[in-house]
Write a protein that binds this ligand. Structure first.
Ligand code: SD4
Length: 347
């Protein structure tokens, strides 16, 4: 007969087994690899840059650096130097990179440098530090041969900044299409097009990429111009290891986009990876992290956006966001990749 005590004992045993079971759900040899996953619809184009490295058997770290560089080079876009400035009119960039061995590098508040992701990698590979900020980061970049670009806003950013100056109101209602009441530009034939609304303003300013190469090594990168019209000196989650990006060679990787302050508070991507370590699938892990975010923000969560994406060593992919409107791109074969809309807590 099953007594209450023996039932509890059995259910505890079953619970303790479930992480083990899911770890062995797919033998490692059957893992889907190489694979690359990026935030947002524009993730499709950056995945293509990563794929050029991954397809011939290259290193995941090189792939995620290439993906970030490709969007940083798009001066007409929202992520790098073409992005929106802070409220004093300066574009300040944040980026970080991490490999499967816990090596990581980061820059924050970096100005006038085209490729913050490569500066972050230099920090990782050539200094005893993880993170450099502001003037020091810029000096380090220039000393390492990075060109100091002109201090100038892109045409789109200048237009948005002038518009913003009229009211000078800081309202980070980002990525939530229905709340912004704006229509995202859709590409002919494609589900989502550039990261812009029809009026030219951007719907996000960050690119996170996570990848696993043919040898099963995971890496990640995250690059951003940060929240538009932020206070001077404000740093979000994107360059913070464990917030905007986390990689664990034994488990997988996660990155985030959205309201950085909320992700920092939670240690968001580290939490996602730890959920996976304890047996959650990438999808379950992203969902649990979002649920935690909503729980600690019961009143505010409807008004901000945070989305997580994650992969594990089996090449399984997950994504989840607080509000509707968070898309992500998955490329795992020569089919050009695919964009998906993440499930969200608020429907
Ligand atoms: C930040 N997480 O600076 C970034 C912003 C972002 O799409 O993701 N924008 O807080």
């Amino acid at each position: 007969m099953t007594t209450r005590r023996s039932f509890l004992r059995w259910s505890a045993f079953a619970v303790s087994l479930s992480p083990v079971r899911s770890l062995f759900a797919l033998p490692k040899s059957a893992a889907v690899k190489p694979i690359v996953v990026s935030t947002w619809d524009s993730g499709l184009a950056v995945n293509a840059a990563a794929w050029k490295v991954l397809k011939p058997g290259g290193y995941a770290l090189d792939a995620v650096e290439e993906s970030a560089r490709s969007i940083e080079s798009e001066i007409s876009c929202c992520v790098g130097l073409g992005g929106n400035p802070d409220r004093e009119g300066h574009v300040t960039l944040d980026a970080c990179i991490m490999n499967e061995k816990y090596d990581c590098g980061s820059v924050a508040g970096l100005e006038r440098i085209l490729h913050p992701i490569s500066v972050a990698r230099k920090v990782m590979e050539t200094t005893p530090h993880v993170m450099l900020i502001g003037e020091g980061a810029q000096q380090f970049a220039v000393a390492n041969g990075f060109k100091l670009e002109e201090d100038k806003l892109s045409a789109d950013a200048e237009k948005s900044y002038k518009e913003w100056l009229k009211k000078s109101e800081y309202k980070p209602l980002m990525n939530i299409e229905q709340q912004q009441g704006k229509t995202p530009k859709r590409a002919a034939g494609g589900p989502f097009a550039p990261n812009q609304f029809e009026d030219g303003s951007f719907n996000h300013d960050t690119m996170g990429t996570i990848a696993m190469d043919a040898k099963g090594r995971v890496s990640g990168s995250c690059t951003t111009s940060g929240m538009a019209f932020k206070m001077r000196g404000r740093i979000g989650d994107s360059p913070i290891i464990g917030a905007g990006l986390y990689v664990d060679g034994e488990v997988g990787a996660a990155t985030s986009s959205g309201q950085g302050e909320e992700v920092i508070r939670l240690g968001g991507t580290h939490l996602v990876v730890e959920f996976m370590r304890n047996g959650a699938t990438p999808m379950e892990a992203c969902k649990k992290a979002v649920e935690r975010l909503v729980k600690i923000n019961p009143k505010k969560a409807k008004d901000f956006q945070v989305g997580f994406i994650a992969i594990n060593l089996q090449g399984e992919v997950g994504a989840y966001s607080v509000n509707k409107g968070f898309s992500y791109a998955v490329t795992k074969a020569d089919d050009g990749g695919k964009v998906f809309m993440a499930e969200s807590y608020y429907k």
